[in-house]
Design a protein around this ligand. Structure first.
Ligand SMILES: NC(=O)c1ccc[n+]([C@@H]2O[C@H](COP(=O)([O-])OP(=O)(O)OC[C@H]3O[C@@H](n4cnc5c(N)ncnc54)[C@H](OP(=O)(O)O)[C@@H]3O)[C@@H](O)[C@H]2O)c1
Length: 309
């Protein structure tokens, strides 16, 4: 029986190296060199070709290479009986929190303006935006959002969070459910999106949402490009409703060369790097799940497919 890595857009050598180092007896294959499809019991994947998994009749686990599973759930031919798992790793939360804290501090301390002043040899002190006035609203209080909320709260930013079900996080005012969205937004001077992509959250960063934020709000999106209606963001930045945005994820990636985000001085673009999956850090939990699958034990970090995350 075999373990298959299906990640057409990724370099997989490091995954093979770290997985094999933990258990050299596993027959690891890399798509499209699948061999006999009936051998495949475990699939580790990122952006697999839709319909691929229905070819493997002995498949017992589909594991996402990252924290998100939207790339799996969107496959209309996903075999319903095969459990899906995702990555939950402290280094991912740490990395995401670092990005969010950097995005917030960069904005509040106006570092973009100072870099631009420096290029013109201009000495131009500005009054910083005070942490106490910058209420942060975090959409999604899961593995990533909760860690970010705690870290920003520790820096004395007032932090509010929004999730599907109620939460209790020290120092963080928590709201839950659609009914609480408007009041959550009305308090969020800086809005950070850390939601999974589901039918309910697709396009949630839109014109209506932006106009429920305080005027001159700032948006950070580190979740998925499809959460954001890009033309609505541009319009909100142009009108001044938003003071700017820091974006790590986009509708189309890589961001096309002619995309207006590239040249907008109010928008920071990074190439989907806010929280990467490190094969060395994550391989142990993947191998653990492989052994659990083999011995019929409960899998770690199983995803609720109906809920979509
Ligand atoms: N850019 C990157 O490099 C990168 C890296 C890793 C992950 N991500 C993205 O970040 C997402 C979040 O990751 P995670 O590990 O924190 O996920 P998670 O642990 O599953 O947490 C998701 C959070 O979102 C909330 N939520 C889901 N649907 C909601 C809705 N309709 N309304 C309100 N709240 C809702 C959940 O509420 P409950 O707690 O009540 O269920 C939960 O708090 C991933 O799905 C992925 O898309 C991006």
């Amino acid at each position: 029986m075999a373990f298959l890595i299906v990640a057409p857009d990724m370099k997989t050598a490091s995954w093979v190296k770290h997985l094999s180092a933990l258990d050299s007896a596993i027959d690891i294959r890399v798509w499209p060199q699948v061999g006999n499809a009936d051998d495949i019991e475990f699939a580790l994947c990122w952006n697999h070709p839709p319909g691929e998994f229905k070819k493997y009749k002995n498949l017992k686990c589909i594991a996402s290479l990252g924290a998100g599973v939207d790339h799996i759930v969107r496959d209309p031919d996903l075999p319903a009986a095969v459990p899906v798992t995702r990555v939950v790793e402290p280094s991912m939360a740490q990395s995401m929190s670092e990005y969010a804290v950097l995005g917030v501090l960069n904005y509040c301390r106006q570092f973009d303006l100072y870099r631009s002043d420096q290029s013109q040899k201009k000495w131009q002190p500005r009054i910083p935006l005070l942490a106490a006035d910058m209420r942060i609203g975090i959409m999604g209080l899961g593995q990533l959002g909760k860690d970010t909320a705690k870290k920003l709260s520790n820096l004395d930013f007032p932090v509010t969070g929004w999730s599907q079900t109620p939460k209790d996080i020290d120092g963080v005012k928590c709201f839950a459910g659609e009914d609480a969205l408007d009041v959550f937004l009305s308090r969020s001077r800086i809005l950070i999106c850390m939601l999974p992509l589901t039918p309910k959250t697709r396009g949630i960063l839109n014109h209506e949402t932006f106009h429920k934020l305080p005027a001159g709000a700032y948006v950070i999106n580190v979740a998925r490009g499809q959460h954001l209606v890009e033309k609505d963001l541009l319009a909100a930045v142009d009108s001044g409703q938003l003071d700017g945005a820091c974006l790590d994820v986009f509708e189309v990636e890589p961001l096309p060369e002619n995309h207006p985000f590239w040249s907008n001085p109010k928008i920071i673009v990074t190439p989907h790097i806010s929280s990467l999956t490190y094969p060395k850090a994550v391989a142990p939990q993947i191998i653990d799940n492989y052994h659990r699958m083999k011995s019929g034990k409960a899998l770690l970090h199983r995803v609720d497919i109906k809920r979509g995350y």
